[in-house]
Design a protein around this ligand. Structure first.
Ligand code: F55
Length: 827
């Protein structure tokens, strides 16, 4: 049952500002910052003026926080992540400052709707999915808990692509979130860094035969920091997310320029500026592209220089306290290049001996693993490495050499183990394994849910676990309740406030208090009315976005996440087809009206994922226009799924689809957001679903499908999807249906790739094996919904029992077990 979650100490004290003062500030900014006035201003101008007014408060907090951290010379965590999926900032900042109601009032008096102007803000979509959003939730918790922390990442000009759906297919369009400026960010030219790339390494012989290595870079790029203030709930601590933009270095290539090669000199600029141009849109696959490695090195090198500059300001050239003051958390292996970079700085630049340098490194870094999928484990061709970062490759070889000597002491002459644990994968094309480097260079390694961490130990890194017992551990993910309940579901938040007080956003365990009302008819009614109202709102959005009309009285069944075979959106689709078929064959088929909602982006190069999106859309078209089933079934694919759309869908969901093949979803975090907002999970025993089930209890969740052990056994015994195809008549009919032109008139076979991947493709994610059990779980869920009181009770208990999944608890786990940080109060 519920574990105790930590106290985030702040509660949102409304600040002293009244609506008159805010109003004056907004108007002042409208005039003096935007150069317009109350009569001419459109929503965009009002939004910008309001941001500017809010930012004044934010910056006050930022200044005080930085002063407090400096004066206390605090140990700080540095969260290195190639992705921060921040979404919009206005609502969150207002809530965290305690200024939401006052600002709402101020704008009302000006004849402006806060809700409307918030829609003007583009999402900061500098991430792909769960990993990037986790980083965003974590920095929210860090600030809320008054912990000294800096987020470090890349200032992509273009975030994750905008998805359009044309005739059912995904089209990618560039995301231009900064085209009209970003009112929250501050450029810090005083902290620009210069980053070397390419070139060669010179070996020199110094005093007493000491070998000195000197890297002569082939080019230098400039890193320009942009700071996004991160406001903690209560508004006291304001930390910083520092994102690096690449620019051409000023002095570099002046020779070419002076020789009259203006255009060529500009070419260099274009190259340098490409580094932070665009976020790679792949989740769960490593791209293996040169530019991606450069991106990784660029932001890590900038960030390390920044950290070292700050450290030296307090401690001069004495490195002894570095690891006491600095802890660096690597969000997956994407920033793992920071490990050899710190070694290079210590050994080559600070002239430290190897062992002392290695001691500092391995006390500074900790690494979070987010995946077991083999195709997602980053590997770089050694030859590419050598070209871009020649000195780093040498350092990696040296780290590896010394490490393999240690391995030999434990497993003498065991070449199989050595080749498995080596940072270098031997072969025609040698590869650098970033996962192994991360484990070897860190003092702690964590998975992101209990089952995932167990599999990391048992399957991914068993020998490392033997070599260093205790180094591999678990920190179950969490989500910030400020964004994922307080801000996105104001109706429910108000109801909760009225029952259990206002501390729950920082003490999420308090939601347990709602369990007392789970059977209270009045509370049930209020809870379900809020759900209904949220569904009415979402139905209006759906109509506006897609033209499809949905009935808020139907069950809203939601699957929102990146599109991937292992997440099995196609299992959901096959079940929808089963329902459709049952309704056609038997118009009296008993089922509660259901609206299936999808939101998902596919990696642009992932053919089958795009085929699945196409299939969902084609099936949706057919069903939504078939009057025979329309009273019972609708299917909607909402285009361009992103944080701000999630904030609208989650409060309106009755059912949460968490149906990955057991063992494949490291944790999931959407599962937590949906349950927190009173949706019931239909899910497999995978990732954090298992821990959610433990919290909510078996009566309040619909678990189905094979377990990890059963998956392993089935695969070991030779899984044959045809067995299920021939065995299950319904399944066969559905799969055969996909080959006809029923859903794609005039284009038979347009959806056939799906069937083939599940049959001749071997069904790698066991969709067919889990189909029957999934269908049964849906039947159980459907009949449970018929009992409206019973359902209300289950929904309330889901919300009441999500305390464990606040990201404050995750952060407290990191603090206690990995980071050993102390909080620092800001007055
Ligand atoms: C992005 C880029 C690359 Cl190269 C590889 C993976 C990703 C990515 O976005 N991964 C990701 O989102 N992983 C997810 O992390 C979440 C947070 O830990 C987990 O909840 C989720 O299970 C996992 O898939």
């Amino acid at each position: 049952m519920a574990t105790k979650s930590p106290r985030a100490k702040n509660t949102a004290q409304p600040q002293s500002l009244d609506s008159k003062t805010i109003k004056a500030s907004i108007v002042q900014h409208l005039h003096c910052t935007l150069g317009t006035d109350e009569n001419k201003a459109n929503n965009h101008a009002w939004w910008k003026a309001t941001c500017a007014a809010v930012q004044e408060q934010v910056l006050e907090g930022l200044r005080k926080t930085q002063r407090a951290h400096y004066l206390n010379d605090t140990r700080a965590v540095h969260y290195f992540s190639a992705e921060f999926l921040m979404g919009r900032l206005m609502s969150n900042n207002l809530h965290n400052l305690g200024l939401f109601e006052t600002t709402d009032q101020a704008l009302k008096e000006l004849g402006v709707s806060l809700t409307d102007i918030m829609e003007e803000e583009p999402d900061m979509a500098l991430g792909n999915g769960g990993l990037g959003r986790l980083a965003a939730c974590f920095i929210d918790s860090l600030a809320t808990m008054d912990l000294p922390a800096v987020g470090y990442g890349l200032h992509y000009e273009h975030g994750l692509f905008r998805q359009e759906i044309k005739s059912g297919a995904q089209i990618e369009r560039p995301d231009s979130w900064r085209d009209y400026g970003n009112p929250w960010e501050i450029c810090r030219p005083e902290s620009i860094q210069e980053i070397p790339l390419y070139g060669y390494v010179e070996t020199k012989y110094g005093d007493k035969g000491r070998i000195q290595k000197e890297w002569h870079p082939g080019t230098i790029v400039k890193g320009v920091p942009w700071d996004i203030p991160v406001v903690g709930y209560g508004g006291k601590t304001v930390n910083v997310l520092r994102l690096w933009e690449s620019q051409a270095s000023d002095y570099f290539n002046w020779d070419v320029f002076n020789a009259g090669g203006y255009v060529d000199a500009q070419k260099e600029n274009v190259q340098a500026e490409t580094i932070s141009k665009v976020l790679y849109p792949n989740d769960e696959t490593e791209a293996g592209k040169e530019l991606r490695l450069i991106q990784q090195y660029f932001f890590c090198a900038c960030s390390l220089k920044d950290i070292i500059r700050r450290y030296k300001r307090a401690h001069g050239d004495n490195w002894e306290r570095f690891a006491d003051q600095v802890v660096i958390q690597l969000n997956d292996t994407h920033p793992a290049i920071a490990i050899p970079e710190l070694m290079r700085i210590l050994v080559d630049r600070a002239e430290m001996d190897w062992d002392s340098a290695w001691e500092i490194c391995t006390q500074t870094f900790a690494y979070t693993n987010h995946t077991l999928l083999p195709e997602a484990l980053e590997k770089w061709p050694a030859r590419m490495f050598e070209k871009i970062l020649p000195r780093h490759l040498e350092i990696i070889y040296e780290i590896n050499h010394r490490f393999l000597d240690e391995v030999d002491k434990v497993w003498p002459n065991d070449n199989a183990i050595k080749s498995k644990l080596s940072i270098i994968e031997e072969g025609n094309d040698k590869m650098v394994r970033m996962g192994n480097l991360s484990v070897i260079g860190s003092f702690a390694v964590n998975g992101v849910a209990e089952i995932h961490s167990r599999l990391v130990k048992q399957n991914l890194f068993p020998e490392f676990d033997q070599l260093w017992p205790g180094k591999l551990t678990n920190v179950t993910n969490g989500i910030t309740p400020r964004r994922w309940l307080k801000a996105c579901n104001p109706r429910l938040s108000e109801l909760i406030d009225s029952k259990i007080g206002q501390d729950w956003p920082v003490q999420l365990d308090k939601l347990q208090g709602l369990a007392d009302f789970a059977d209270d008819a009045k509370f049930q009614k209020a809870f379900m009315q809020i759900k209904h109202q949220n569904k009415v709102d979402l139905a209006a959005d759906i109509k506006a976005l897609t033209g499809v009309e949905v009935d808020p009285n139907a069950i809203f069944d939601v699957q929102i996440k990146r599109l991937h075979e292992y997440k099995r959106q196609h299992l959901n689709l096959l079940h929808i087809l089963a329902l459709y078929r049952r309704l056609l064959e038997n118009p009296g088929y008993a089922m509660t009206p259901r609206v299936f909602l999808f939101g998902a982006k596919a990696a642009p190069g992932y053919k089958l994922a795009k085929d699945i999106i196409y299939a969902i859309n084609k099936v949706a078209d057919k069903i939504n226009n078939d009057p025979r089933v329309n009273q019972k079934l609708k299917v909607v694919f909402l285009p361009n799924y992103r944080v701000s759309l999630a904030e609208k869908m989650i409060p309106a969901a009755d059912v949460s689809e968490q149906i990955s093949t057991a063992g494949k979803e490291a944790s999931g975090t959407g599962n937590m957001k949906l349950a927190l907002n009173g949706a019931l999970t239909i899910g497999t025993l995978d990732g954090a679903n298992i821990e959610i089930a433990e919290e909510v209890g078996d009566d309040n969740i619909y678990i189905f499908g094979l377990t990890v052990e059963e998956v392993q056994a089935l695969k070991a015994n030779g899984y044959n999807p045809y067995d299920y195809y021939y065995e299950n008549k319904e399944l066969k009919a559905i799969l055969d249906w996909l080959e006809t032109d029923y859903f794609t008139p005039g284009k038979p076979g347009a959806l056939a790739s799906l069937k083939h991947s599940l049959l001749d493709g071997g069904d790698p994610y066991l969709v067919l094996a889990d189909f029957a059990s999934y269908s049964d779980a849906h039947k159980a869920l459907d009949s449970a919904y018929q009992d409206s009181k019973g359902w209300a009770r289950k929904a309330i208990l889901n919300t009441a029992r999500m305390g464990k999944f606040t990201s404050d608890r995750s952060i407290q786990d990191y603090v206690d077990r990995i980071w050993k940080l102390s909080s620092c109060k800001v007055e």
